[in-house]
Design a protein. Sequence first.
Length: 167
Amino acid sequence: MATTHQYHSHLAWAGSTGAGYRDYPRGHRVVTPPANAELAVSADPSFAGDPSRHNPEQLLLAAASSCQLLSFLALAAYAGIDVVHYEDDAEAVMPASTDRMRITAVILRPRIVVAVGTDLARVADLVAAGHEACYIANTLTAEVTVEPAVEHADNDATTDQPLTAGG
């Protein structure tokens, strides 16, 4: 039997837009059950938002990065690969245009450290499989590229193999 996963959040904002575009507050709260964890969110500072708060563009990028991590780690664990460290310096690109604004590219740059003796090509294959399994990347219309750097814990070898998907 197929399972349908559902997700919920609650968003709340209060203020007034009566004075026009420049003067209304962009800050709002997003609460996600069951822990009722709250995120303080605002617009990007370039859209008159609060730079001390997360913005939707950052959250979308964080979701893509997190999904890639979790998809890859699951596959690595099933394959018996000992991953000891994973970092990602991700980037999203949203060109300023008069057309419909959207993020057009997401670049994930995971740096993955695995136990000595691990087959680095196998790890790169699992990164690619994780990318294919990543439901956030599969949901986005932006091009999502993964540029992994994989090395042994003793730093004796590295492989860089960019992966691209999206549409």
